[in-house]
Design a protein. Sequence first.
Length: 173
Amino acid sequence: METDPPEVAAPKQKRRWCQFSLRTLLILTVIVGTVSALVMHRVERKRRERKTLARIAELNGMVWYDSIKSNEARTTPSGPIWLRRLFGDNFFSEVSIVFLRGRTVTDSDIEPLTALTHLQQLNLAGTNVTDAGLGDLEGLTQLSWLCLTGSDVTNEGVLYFHTALPNCRVVWP
């Protein structure tokens, strides 16, 4: 009689906890890449905005952010503290109002304002801005109020600007 060898149970394989399929890794990579691209787009936009704000400060202009409510004295900007430390205090707020005054402000000073894509109100009273300078403001689609009192803008410039941005109220003599 032949003796059968004793059956040996197959050794249990250790379960790997970090086991992913190639498809899962590809989807995760696409998601992380998309989020990173969106964050970097905003970082680049805020970098251009900071350059514009530095130029406004050189011209003794004033800037207000949308995070500041009219009835509320907010001392800290919006957003989580750890993200504000990482990206800057005004990463989560947008510039909504800009005041530029004085004859030192010219058409060349208006062109950088196109970086302020969420700008709602702009005061250019008493400046040397002309019709050519108003052409640079066409990209500010959220602009709802523009003051040109005492500037060098003509009737034709105001009419052209009003056709480019019909929802913007222009204060002009």
